[in-house]
Design a protein around this ligand. Structure first.
Ligand code: NAP
Length: 248
């Protein structure tokens, strides 16, 4: 059974890592895919080609999620191309880690803009069509770091905690229109983002996780399929930790 047949999903930041994994698993589950990327043109073209092999409609858009006007334009283009947006996955994100003593104002602002303001930009851009169709599922990529904090990541933690407050507020505002809004808090997922960490740190993370391994983009994608599908029709305003038990 394909859980997302005839749905259209817009995913931000799908050229690599978790976003790419979500695009693959969603396409396998029958969803048409509109996805964005920031700079990775070749990776985006390769993903378009790969997803087409699943028999779904696919298009990649180069669009900076941090830019308000670009998000409005993107939603317009996706609607023209696909006719509907049933699921929005706000996944695009960056890190610029440093201790508070050393962090620059620029690096604080940049992380908030790409990770948090982007969620506002895209969500605002899709809710009108979702309200008209009286259905929609919005999934925001937070982090365990947004739930519990992390030394050296005050900018990132603030952006991811902000996403949780935003998610609950949107769930309250739009529940009566049958638009659900949930967050996922991934733990330690092995992508380029975490690949930048020293091997010793990665080893320590893995050992601290009850399931004794880092997560994969597919682990996160499977949780997204559930939240996007009608199987989660009565779930909104929640944060699903997908972390191998890290926060237990
Ligand atoms: P990643 O491998 O670094 O990939 C990031 C993706 O975001 C890329 O596709 C990148 O596009 C895109 N992106 C970056 N800035 C963008 C912008 N301004 N506009 C549009 N797209 C942009 O990261 P990841 O590990 O897959 O993480 C994905 C999400 O999960 C992030 O929100 C991250 O905070 C969250 N998360 C990750 C982990 C983890 O352990 N990996 C844990 C918790 C939460 P380009 O390729 O074009 O640069």
């Amino acid at each position: 059974m394909k859980l997302l047949e005839n749905k259209t999903t817009l995913i931000t930041g799908a050229s690599r890592g978790i976003g790419r994994g979500i695009a693959e698993v969603f396409a396998k589950n029958g969803s048409n895919i509109a996805f964005t990327y920031n700079a990775s043109v070749d990776a985006a073209k390769a993903l378009e080609k790969e997803l087409q092999s699943y028999g779904v409609k696919v298009k990649g858009f180069q669009s900076n999620a941090a830019n308000f006007d670009a998000a409005q334009e993107l939603a317009k283009e996706v609607l023209e191309e696909f006719g509907t947006i049933d699921v929005l996955i706000n996944n695009a994100g960056i890190t610029k880690d440093n201790l508070l003593l050393r962090i620059s104002e620029e690096d604080f602002d940049k992380v908030i803009e790409v990770n948090l303001k982007s969620v506002f930009n895209l969500t605002k851009a899709v809710i009108r069509p979702m309200m008209k169709q009286r259905s929609g599922s919005i999934i925001n990529m937070s982090s365990v770091v947004g739930v519990k904090g992390n030394a050296g990541q005050s900018n990132y933690a603030a952006s991811k905690a902000g996403i949780l407050g935003f998610t609950k507020s949107i769930a309250l505002e739009l529940g009566s229109r049958n638009i659900r809004c949930n967050a996922i808090a991934p733990g330690f997922i092995e992508t380029e983002m975490t690949g930048a960490l020293p091997e010793e740190t990665v080893k320590e993370w893995r050992e601290a996780i009850p399931l004794k391994r880092g997560g994969t983009p597919e682990d996160i994608a499977n949780a997204c399929v559930f939240l996007a599908s009608d199987m989660a029709a009565y779930i909104t305003g929640q944060t699903l930790n997908v972390d191998g038990g890290m926060l237990t």
